[in-house]
Design a protein around this ligand. Structure first.
Ligand SMILES: Cc1cc2nc3c(=O)[nH]c(=O)nc-3n(C[C@H](O)[C@H](O)[C@H](O)COP(=O)(O)OP(=O)(O)OC[C@H]3O[C@@H](n4cnc5c(N)ncnc54)[C@H](O)[C@@H]3O)c2cc1C
Length: 429
C-alpha cells in the first residue's frame, strides 16, 4: 500500500504555515479561542460589525478537525429528531432542526460573498440503513420532518438503492437534497482569509494557558504573552484542554479517521455514488463516505475511539480499508493513498451547546456535525454576544451536562467502554 499518513485535503491548497508570527495585541474587545470553523465564523461576524476581535490558535490556522473532516455540510443533528423531541419537546426540536437547515444557507452565502473556492455543491446526503429496523426508523424520521415542519426528505427502498449507491449491503435509505459537499481545508482557509479581510486578527501558535477575571474583563495568558479581552468565546472543539477546565469536563474527545483512495476511473466513481452525495450509515460505529473533486473515495469512520496518533491512524487505515471493500467490493485493488485522523467534540448528551459558563462564552459539542452548524452557530453566537441575547439561543435552552456522577476530569478513561457499548448497541439494534 502506497500510503501517506497525511490529510488529503491539505494537498489541495497551500495550508497556512505561519513562518512569521505576528505580535499579539495588548487588548481586544473580543477574543476567540480556537481557529476552526465556528471560531473563524464568529471572528468574521464580529469584525464585520466593527468590533475588535483577536483569534488565538494553539497550532496553525484551521489545524484541527475543521480542515480534516469529511467535508459534509449536513442538515440535522447527531441525534434523530424523535430522540430530541422526547427530551425537549416539539417546539425546541423544530427550532433546532430549522436552524440546521438554515446553516446550509449561511455556508452558501459566505462561500458566494467571500468567493471561497472550496467546491461547495448541494449534492444532498444519503443516510443508509444497515438493518431492516433502521429502515423503519428512517421512515419515521421522514414522517416527523414532513409532519412538524413540512420538510421533504425522500425514502429509498432497498430495491431502488442502486440509483443512489453501487453497494448491495444496505436495507434502504433517506435522501435529503439540501445538504452539500465541500473541501474542508479550502473552506476553513477561505473563512480565515474572509475574517482577516473583515478586520479580525488571527494569531497562530498562541495557545491559551490561563484565564483570569479582572475588572476590565479577562486577562489571557498565552504561550506568546498576555492580552486583555472584554469578552472571551471558546471554540476549541475536541481539543478543549486545561485552560478551560469547566468546559473540558463537559466534552469527550473522540477520534474519527479517514482514508482516501487513488483517483478512480470516472465510470466507476459514477457507479459507486451516482449523484455525488454525502453518504453515511445508521450505526453508532458509523461509516461515512463521498467522492472528492478528483474522484477519490474518501472513506471515514469511527475505526478507533481514541484521538489520533500515528499508531491509531495506521490501525484505522487497515480497518477502514476492510470496511470500504465490504461496502464496495469494486474497490479491491485500488490503492489507498492517504490516511488521517482528527478529534470530534461530543457533549455527554450528544447535543450542540452555546452559552456562557463562569462568564466565558462557548460553542461546543458539534458531534461530527460542525461544518455547516459550526459556521452558522459561530455567526449566531457572535451576534448574540454583541446584542446581549445569548440566553435566547435554542442551544442554551437545555443544560450542558457534566459526566454522570462527576466521574470525569477531562481524561477520557472510559473511551474503550463507550466503544464497546456502541458495538453492543449496533449488534442489538
Ligand atoms: C475525521 C473527522 C471527520 C468529520 N467529518 C465531518 C463532516 O463530514 N461533517 C461535519 O459537519 N462535521 C464533521 N466533523 C466535525 C467537524 O470537523 C467539526 O465539528 C468542525 O470542524 C468544528 O470544529 P471546531 O472548530 O469546533 O474544532 P477544531 O476544528 O478541532 O478547532 C479547534 C481548535 O482549537 C484549538 N485549540 C485547542 N485548545 C486551544 C487553546 N488552549 N488555545 C488556543 N487554541 C486552542 C485547536 O488547536 C484547534 O485548531 C468531522 C471531524 C473529524 C475529526
Amino acid at each position: 500500500m502506497n500510503l501517506t499518513e497525511k490529510v488529503f485535503w491539505h494537498d489541495t491548497l497551500e495550508m497556512p504555515t505561519d513562518a512569521i508570527l505576528n505580535d499579539l495585541p495588548q487588548k481586544a474587545d473580543m477574543v476567540v479561542i480556537g481557529a476552526g470553523i465556528p471560531g473563524l465564523a464568529a471572528a468574521y461576524q464580529i469584525a464585520k460589525r466593527g468590533v475588535s476581535v483577536a483569534v488565538l490558535e494553539a497550532e496553525t490556522i484551521g489545524w484541527g478537525a475543521s480542515s480534516r473532516n469529511g467535508g459534509m455540510a449536513l442538515t440535522g443533528l447527531k441525534l434523530e429528531a424523535g430522540v430530541v423531541e422526547s427530551r425537549y419537546g416539539v417546539e425546541l426540536t423544530r427550532q433546532l432542526f430549522e436552524d440546521s437547515i438554515a446553516s446550509l444557507t449561511t455556508v452558501e452565502q459566505i462561500v458566494n460573498q467571500e468567493q471561497i473556492d472550496c467546491g461547495f455543491n448541494r449534492t444532498g446526503h444519503l443516510l443508509l440503513a444497515n438493518k431492516p429496523a433502521h429502515y423503519e426508523s428512517l421512515q419515521l424520521e421522514a414522517e416527523w420532518f414532513a409532519k412538524h415542519f413540512n420538510y421533504e426528505t425522500r425514502i429509498i427502498a432497498k430495491g431502488d438503492l442502486h440509483a443512489e449507491i453501487g453497494s448491495d449491503i444496505y436495507f434502504g435509505g433517506l435522501v435529503d437534497e439540501v445538504s452539500a459537499g465541500l473541501n474542508p481545508a479550502q473552506y476553513v482557509v477561505g473563512l480565515a482569509k474572509a475574517a482577516e479581510r473583515a478586520g479580525a486578527m488571527l494569531h497562530p501558535h498562541a495557545r491559551l494557558i490561563q484565564i483570569e477575571k479582572i475588572s476590565e474583563g479577562y486577562k489571557l495568558k498565552t504561550q506568546r504573552g498576555e492580552l486583555v479581552a472584554r469578552q472571551v468565546l471558546v471554540t476549541t472543539g475536541g481539543y478543549t484542554g486545561t485552560a478551560t477546565p469547566q468546559l473540558q469536563r463537559r466534552i469527550i474527545p473522540i477520534g474519527s479517521y479517514i482514508i482516501a483512495t487513488q483517483p478512480l476511473p470516472e465510470d466507476l466513481a459514477k457507479q459507486l455514488i451516482p449523484h455525488n452525495r454525502m453518504v453515511f450509515d445508521y450505526r453508532h460505529f458509523l461509516n461515512y463516505f463521498r467522492l472528492s473533486a478528483d474522484n477519490r473515495m474518501i472513506f471515514g469512520g469511527r475505526a478507533a475511539f481514541y484521538p489520533e496518533t500515528d499508531s491509531t491512524i495506521r490501525t484505522s487505515a487497515d480497518i477502514l480499508r476492510r470496511e470500504m471493500e465490504r461496502v464496495f467490493p469494486q474497490l479491491a485493488g485500488y490503492e489507498v493513498e492517504y490516511a488521517w485522523g482528527g478529534t470530534l467534540d461530543f457533549a455527554f448528551d450528544q447535543m450542540p451547546h452555546a452559552g456562557q459558563l463562569d462568564g466565558i462564552y462557548y460553542t461546543l459539542g458539534f458531534a461530527g456535525h460542525g461544518v455547516a452548524l459550526g459556521t452558522h452557530l459561530g455567526i449566531r453566537m457572535a451576534d448574540a454576544i454583541l446584542d446581549g441575547k445569548v440566553r435566547e439561543l435554542p442551544y442554551n435552552a437545555y443544560e450542558f451536562p457534566k459526566a454522570p456522577l462527576g466521574l470525569y476530569n477531562g481524561k477520557p478513561w472510559f473511551l474503550p467502554l463507550i466503544g464497546l457499548w456502541h458495538r453492543i448497541l449496533d449488534w442489538m439494534y
